[in-house]
Design a protein around this ligand. Structure first.
Ligand SMILES: *Cc1c(COP(=O)(O)O)cnc(C)c1O
Length: 496
């Protein structure tokens, strides 16, 4: 390894036993073949220099034939000796068909699209659908067998991908899907899922044709919506199924609990309306004190009794989010509506350890550069972190544009090879840095981070773990917000 004049070390270097992509290709080729590869490569470089751009290989003479470029990709795979294997590089180009006016190279965009997203940028989410299945089964094991399960997959499945999560949930015994918006429901239908979908609050009037067309059930809380919805359904000879949302104290959306019977009497003249379910939502299912929770519960049960007394069948009765599902068996009613617990997180400290939940989301990246920063020099915007001279500063391509909140700067750890390392300096939009102390320590030896090494930003390895809950605590927010920031960012999702 060579020390460059600016104090930076020349990376990457090979580890003992490490085989680069080039080495592997070499192993599978006779000397003659390898010689030809090298000659072809030099020739192609010369042509590229001459023409100022890559040109199709003359050997690919058939019109439309895929041109196999003679260069081999290995630089991209430096140091990545665990997950990736060497690959031949295809040119991603097609020879223009005969007769077509040709000016310059023609790319095969289907081929280009096959370059994995994790090879375009070295940060990604891993979503463990097996963990989601485990979590749903763990929750279901605590329910009466007759209790229905609504899998809440709003906000793109809390950032985990709505369609794969919905499919996993239904395969794990869920009966219903809950979303927040018409678009979310449409995406699930377009993903080929036919299970009942409920939008958890009343959508705009103008979306009614979409509800009917895509077989999506709205929550209803206003007379105007109920009537317009029923008229639209009636005009095409269809029914207008809905769930009635009851406001028992959260004061967000819903028909006020004392007014439920009045409301139903006002709209019941309409023959198309079908009351499929009645539900409420708790404002304090996740706080320790249960006084307000019990008040909401009593109001809800009074409203249900009023409905039955007035001969309205409430249909499927439901109220419990994750916290209420875990803490209060007395509000399971006909169906529960867990969200966060499905994805492996406990909604509040009172529920920690109550079930065997496995977090489904991890966040990973690879080191893109390793710098030996001279003692006293700063790192990242503002140079607020200063090098002690005994550390290698490693850059990873993940930042607040990927949901890694800037307020976490200098407060979190990353995991590599089962050990934690402190993130240092300001988190940038697209990148951030962490430090590896390179002094030899007994039992550990000297740690030499390499470009391409995998880093865990959220997840666990060996005894080391970094959780979304820890980040949420530091930020004074909920795990919900942190996971959605990662999940709904530009990072690709890899399902494992
Ligand atoms: C989001 C939501 C849920 C799920 O809440 P979790 O706390 O994630 O379990 C249930 N019901 C309604 C109405 C919701 O909006």
């Amino acid at each position: 390894m060579e020390d460059l004049p600016n104090g930076f070390l020349n990376y990457p270097k090979k580890r003992p036993g490490f085989e680069s992509a080039g080495d592997e290709i070499r192993r599978h080729m006779s000397d003659a073949e390898f010689g030809k590869v090298q000659t072809d490569y030099l020739e192609s470089q010369k042509r590229a220099l001459r023409d100022g751009w890559r040109v199709p290989d003359e050997s690919a003479s058939e019109p439309g034939e895929l041109h196999l470029f003679s260069e081999r990709r290995d630089a991209v795979k430096w140091g990545v000796d665990r997950k990736y294997r060497a690959q031949d590089v295809r040119s991603y180009m097609r020879i223009p068909s005969a007769g077509a006016a040709s000016s310059g190279p023609v790319f095969d965009f289907d081929e280009l699209d096959r370059i994995a997203e994790t090879d375009r940028r070295w940060s990604w989410l891993e979503i463990n659908l097996g963990a989601i299945q485990n979590n749903i089964m763990a929750i279901k094991a605590t329910l009466d067998p007759a209790t229905l399960f609504m899998a809440v997959v709003k906000a793109d499945g809390y950032g985990h991908g709505a369609v794969p999560c919905a499919k996993t949930a239904l395969n794990s015994g869920a009966d219903y899907l809950g979303v927040a918006t018409v678009d979310e429901a449409m995406e699930i239908r377009q993903g080929g899922i036919e299970a009942p979908i409920l939008i958890l609050s009343e959508p705009p009037l103008a979306s009614i044709p979409l509800l009917l067309g895509y077989n999506i059930m709205p929550s209803v809380a206003t007379v105007e919506f109920a009537v317009k919805y029923a008229e639209a359904a009636d005009s095409i000879g269809a029914k207008a199924p809905y769930h009635l949302k009851v406001n028992t104290g959260m004061n967000r959306v819903g028909v006020r609990h004392e007014a439920v019977v009045d409301f139903l009497q006002t709209i019941s003249f309409h023959r198309a309306l079908q009351l499929v379910g009645t539900f409420t939502h708790f404002a304090t299912a996740d706080v320790q004190d249960t006084m307000d929770f019990n008040l909401q519960k009593a109001r809800f049960e009074d409203a249900l009794a009023d409905m039955r007394a007035a001969a309205f069948d409430p249909g499927i009765v439901h109220a419990a989010n994750s916290a209420a599902t875990i803490r209060h068996k007395d509000v399971h009613y006909d169906m529960v509506r867990p969200g966060i617990a499905m994805y492996g997180y406990f909604p509040c400290p009172e529920t920690y350890g109550a079930l065997n939940l496995l977090p489904a989301m991890s966040v990973k990246a690879r080191i893109t550069q390793v710098n030996q920063v001279p003692v006293g020099e700063g790192v990242s915007y503002g140079l607020v972190h200063r090098s002690n001279g005994f550390a290698k500063t490693c850059t990873v391509p993940i930042g607040y544009g990927d949901g890694l909140n800037r307020a976490l700067s200098g407060r979190i750890d990353f995991i590599m090879d089962g050990r934690t390392y402190p993130q240092v300096g300001t988190i940038c939009m697209d990148q951030c840095m962490f430090e590896v102390d390179i002094r030899t320590r007994s039992g550990i030896g000297r740690i030499e981070p390499q470009v391409g090494d995998e880093v865990i930003v959220v997840g666990e390895q060996g005894n080391a773990f970094v959780t979304i809950d820890q980040m949420a605590d530091m930020l004074g927010t909920l795990s919900y917000e942190v996971m959605i920031a990662f999940g709904n960012s530009r990072m690709p999702k890899m399902y494992v």
